[in-house]
Structures are given as structure tokens and as C-alpha cells.
Design a protein around this ligand. Structure first.
Ligand SMILES: [Zn+2]
Ligand SMILES: [Zn+2]
Ligand SMILES: [Zn+2]
Length: 272
């Protein structure tokens, strides 16, 4: 006759097994209606998953989905045309905003309609520029090039914002900030736009660098028009034009007035 203690132990074991089976069954019904035969994830399975993640390093595309390229071919053609038109325009004009507008005008062809009018394709274009910028920082140490790619990425990010009615128009100050800005601003921008943690180390290196802004007044007396961002003055109406000083703000007002008013009118029409 089995002892009382043994019987208790057996009963406990049986109850435990039953509970475990119930949990498994529950997990099966909750998570997988379609294929109830799917094996339950054991601790060994988790180890395999972790090993799988480990083997994905080093991250190559930083979130850019290369596998979508066959269905996004037009984006590749668009990127090529846009980048080239920008480069040519920049050589002649030396103004980034003008060059971006010129590149947009060159790419304003019927064949690129499906890109401009499809937010998913615009996001794909943006992700490409983000990835290129990250690669220039991490693989090639070409921070100068990375600034350009941040400008491209942000230009399309803002274009998407306009299409989604979350902002009235493309704001040049943000683009100028990325183009002329410090490494803290640049790395932070890219880091916020990738799903991986590839820029975490780099960001630790640069995050104490003072963030710089770019004075909107073209005749600004400060070299490179760059100034500590937190000391900048913002236009009290639009909140997007920013200046190094009261003097620049006042001097820019005759030029800014019309644009500021139009911006505010467009902004008022946006759904909040
Ligand atoms: Zn990555
Ligand atoms: Zn200034
Ligand atoms: Zn304003």
C-alpha cells in the first residue's frame, strides 16, 4: 500500500501536469486558431530564437525592407532621378531648399505620380535615405554625406506630413538644422528613424554636444548662421521661423510676413 506522503506527492504532481496541460491548451486556442498542432514554445525554443536574433547581426539595412524592392521598383527609379536632379541643382544654386524644389520639379512627371501619391511609397523612399545616412555614419565615417541624406529623409518625411495633413507645408528651418547642424542633432534624427539600435553607441558619444539651430535671416551676421538652439527666438505666430537674435527677427519680418500668414492660413485648415 503506498504511503500517504507518496500518494500526496503523486496527486500534487498530477495536478501540476494537468495545470500545465491546461495552460498549453489555452495558449494553443488563444494564439493559434488555424494550426492547433503548432508546437508550444519551450525554453529551448526561446534559446533558438535568441540565437536567431544574434545571427541577424550585424544589421545591414537598418529597417529598410530590401525584399519589397520588386514591388517598389518605381521608387528606385525615383530615388535615382531625385538624387541626381538635386546634385545638379545644388552645383548651380548652392541653396538646399532651391535644390530640393528643383529636384521635386524634375520628378514631377506622370511616371512618378504613383510615388508622390502613395504614402507607402514615399515612406519607402524616406527609409532608403535614412539607411544611406546611417551607413555613411557607421560604415564610412562620412558625416558630411550623412547630413545630406538626413535632409533628403526629412524632406520626404515632411512631404508625407503634408499629405497626411499633419503639417501645412514643408518647413525649411528643420531641413537647414539637419544640414548645418551638429552631430548630436544628426545622430539623434537617424536614431529616431531606425527600428534597430545600431546608432546607440554613436549617440552616447555625441549626445552631450550642444545642439545648433540655423538663423532664418539670410543676412545674419553670425558665421554659418548657426547658433545654440535653446537660445533661439521663434516667430510668435508660426513658431517655425527661428532666429539668433531679435535684430535678425525684426530684419527678416518684411520677407517673412507673407509666408508666415500663408502658413498660418494653411495650418488653420488642417484637421486637428
Ligand atoms: Zn541597424
Ligand atoms: Zn541671425
Ligand atoms: Zn512666422
Amino acid at each position: 500500500m503506498p504511503s500517504r506522503k507518496k500518494a500526496m506527492g503523486k496527486a500534487k504532481k498530477a495536478a501540476k501536469e494537468e495545470a500545465a496541460a491546461a495552460t498549453q491548451a489555452k495558449a494553443g486556442t488563444n494564439n493559434d486558431h488555424q494550426s492547433p498542432t503548432r508546437p508550444t514554445l519551450t525554453s529551448r525554443g526561446v534559446d533558438n530564437v535568441l540565437r536567431g536574433i544574434e545571427s541577424m547581426k550585424p544589421c545591414i539595412t537598418h529597417g529598410f525592407r530590401l525584399e519589397l524592392l520588386p514591388t517598389m521598383r518605381i521608387c528606385g527609379v525615383f530615388i535615382d532621378a531625385f538624387t541626381e536632379a538635386y546634385r545638379i541643382s545644388l552645383q548651380m544654386e548652392s541653396n538646399v531648399i532651391t535644390a530640393l524644389n528643383a529636384a521635386s520639379a524634375v520628378c514631377n512627371k506622370p511616371m512618378f505620380g504613383p510615388v508622390w501619391n502613395d504614402v507607402a511609397k514615399m515612406e519607402y523612399v524616406m527609409a532608403y535615405y535614412v539607411t544611406k545616412g546611417v551607413k555613411y555614419i557607421l560604415d564610412e565615417g562620412r558625416d558630411d554625406m550623412a547630413h545630406n541624406f538626413a535632409v533628403f529623409a526629412n524632406y520626404f518625411e515632411q512631404t508625407i506630413g503634408v499629405a497626411n495633413k499633419t503639417q501645412p507645408e514643408v518647413i525649411p528651418a528643420k531641413l537647414a538644422e539637419l544640414l548645418n547642424g551638429d552631430m548630436n542633432t544628426l545622430v539623434k534624427y537617424f536614431r529616431q528613424h531606425i527600428p534597430c539600435n545600431c546608432l546607440d553607441e554613436k549617440y552616447k558619444e555625441v549626445k552631450s554636444i550642444t545642439k545648433l539651430g540655423f538663423c532664418c535671416y539670410s543676412e545674419c551676421p553670425i558665421p554659418n548662421r548657426t547658433v545654440e538652439r535653446k537660445k533661439m527666438l521663434y516667430c510668435t505666430q508660426c513658431r517655425v521661423a527661428n532666429y539668433c537674435s531679435r535684430e535678425c527677427q525684426v530684419a527678416h519680418w518684411p520677407d517673412h510676413k507673407d509666408g508666415c500668414l500663408k502658413y498660418m492660413e494653411k495650418k488653420a485648415k488642417l484637421p486637428i
